[in-house]
Ligand binder design. Sequence first.
Ligand code: CP
Length: 305
Amino acid sequence: MAPQHIVEVSQFDCEFLELLFSSADSMRSLPRPSDLQSGRILATIFYEPSTRTRLSFESAMLRLGGSVISTENAREFSSAIKGETVEDTIMMASGYADAIVIRHHEQGAALRAAAVSPVPILNGGDGPGEHPTQALLDLYTIRAELGRIDNLRIALVGDLRYGRTARSLALLSRLTTGVELVFVSPDSARMRDDIRDQLTVAGIAFRDETDLARVLPEVDVVYQTRIQKERFESEEDYLAAKGTYILNRAMYDLLNPNAIVMHPLPRVDEINPEVDADPRSAYFRQAHNGVLIRMALLNQVLGRR
Ligand code: CP
């Protein structure tokens, strides 16, 4: 049987979401230790830095009773430095592990990995492309925090050009009803046309805004993102975008009292820690939900023992 890969948001449907979210809910009360994946091995191969994605996948596998093998700086400390291709690395790792999480600096790398892999590939972020498992945990967090995923107005803020998490969440919103997306970004970091075109085809309402203060009172979710210095083509563009949108106490005073603030993290200066204790700050709860969603995903692609 062909392995089930998790590489892009377009492969998900409403039925998949419902089953996954209900499975993630059930992971909260799973006995520890669990043996759902005992005897199985997950490989995490990360060519780009990560704290949350790698550690939460590893935590998820360990909590399911499985084991983990890992290379956290594969660009330098794997045979990539000797010129090995992604395809060859995956062919090797698939003999060592039952599933592979890959993060790579090139858009499309996870698809290339999936094309050759006999074991499930999970895309942990491919350059400025997609981050599908993050989008799943983001929508799961919205459901957990607000009790629904439909009829929401969501502001995506910051680096929408290179931000794979915002791109994937925008695409995943096609599986909800009554959503309106508000893109709040500097000119040099606007949402790209590939996502806009797919939203238009799906009939999802979206608009651009530049004034975050004006948007805050009218949205249910603020999805703040980091301006990613490492992805900008010029220092000039980065400097023009940096520091444009900062959420601090004064901005929170404008925020709808029932709204939540999310962030895929890491943050630099775009959310001031002075608002961390505000109950509307959901970003740490969001990161913790990553373990539940990734436990559910691993059970899904590996099957339960
Ligand atoms: N949200 C996210 O992808 O974080 P990491 O880069 O730490 O994995």
